[in-house]
Design a protein. Structure first.
Length: 57
């Protein structure tokens, strides 16, 4: 599912209307931190799977 420029602009406008301009930076930071934590957790799971594969050889 790829989003084009028009879809992203529409989503941005909806978010702006819902939360207001003052809260957008706060929401962006929270979203960025959430993505970072998700990636960190994903790397830990991948590392665990690789270690498990090595032990089973």
């Amino acid at each position: 599912m790829n989003l084009g420029a028009q879809e992203l602009i529409l989503i941005g406008l909806i978010v702006l209307l819902l939360f207001g301009a003052k809260r957008l930076p706060e929401i962006g930071r929270a979203f960025g931190k959430a993505i970072g934590e998700f990636r960190k957790g994903l790397k830990e799971v991948e590392k665990t799977v690789e270690e498990s594969k090595e032990e089973n050889k």
